[in-house]
Design a binder for this molecule. Sequence first.
Ligand code: NAD
Ligand code: UFG
Length: 334
Amino acid sequence: MAILVTGGAGYIGSHTCIELLNAGHEIIVVDNFYNSKPDVLKRIRKITQRDFISKEIDIQDKDELEKVFIDHSIEAVIHFAGLKAVGESVQNPLRYYETNVNGTLVLCNLMAKYDVKRMVFSSSATVYGNPDQVPITEDSPLRATNPYGWSKLMVEQILTDLAASDKEWSISSLRYFNPIGAHASGEIGEDPQGIPNNLMPFITQVAIGKMNQLKVFGGNYDTSDGTGVRDYIHVVDLAQGHLRALEKIQKISGFHAYNLGTGKGYSVLEIKEAFEEAAGMKIPYSIVERRPGDIAVCYADPAKAKEELNWEAAKGIKEMCADAWRWQRKSFKG
Ligand code: NAD
Ligand code: UFG
């Protein structure tokens, strides 16, 4: 019996594949390589010394995806495949709804048809919008401010309804906070195309000389130093959370959402300083206008994941920065 991993060549998916293989799971990766490269799969094999089946398939291609369910015995699905750029989702909402919502519908229909009713879904802290209070618990109000966020909320609603309709379904929706860092080998990590949207890849690209300076979006938020505060979590900790969720869905039914974060918030300037220490260099920066749609503070209450999944983040900000930097240097050299 294998775990089907959609989007397994991507940033979080690739790190999760390593943890799954290391834990002895058999996996099948499905990815259309829209935002990743096939080479990542070779690197996963190299790191783990384990082989696995991988297929270039768009999850919306029902016929191709169905062949995977026909040809293999699948016990559960970890569903990462999707589009994740907030700004792009505002420019091209249909594409986001198609991939994230329709793609999930195609997948769920096949899962139902082939009686595979266990899923771990990649949700996001974005489903809390601008939170009323921090730390954010799972029962906080859900809201969205852009099509990407709506697509995650819609899928959570679909999965909630699906689990309510049939007690055999067991679904964990993992609401990630801000994943950063990379595998300690430096072989895999986040590989954004073009100018990075997110803070850590931007900082590492300034450090390597690809970007001139960091633009800090807003210096007048109501935070300790005026810059935005987020809950940064090491991607390997996040990956391990998926294994705990996988164990959980074997035991219980229904739809359950979990925050995967550390419970600590760091400001943009604190992250910049932590990176400077890890890399032994200064990162030039300037404070510019706020980025539209950004919120001041966002960090998790991760107690539910600790209690119910027996999971908590172990790696601190130093390790996140050191690992992000190792990956950036190694990948820049090719
Ligand atoms: P990523 O872009 O690195 O990985 C997504 C993978 O899915 C890529 O390999 C991409 O090629 C693949 N993919 C996209 N569309 C596909 C399709 N139609 N068919 C098959 N494969 C397809 O992103 P990531 O950071 O690894 O994120 C994984 C999941 O986690 C996404 O659903 C994302 O929305 C969610 N998430 C990410 C973050 C974050 O900050 N990285 C935060 C919260 C939630
Ligand atoms: N920031 C900068 N300069 C940059 C990039 C970011 O100052 O060049 C700041 C932002 O203003 C914010 C913080 O750094 O205060 C973090 O920004 P990111 O873009 O790295 O992350 P976000 O919290 O905005 O969003 C991320 C994902 C979303 C996801 C959300 C919650 O990009 O998809 O985390 O999980 F929804």
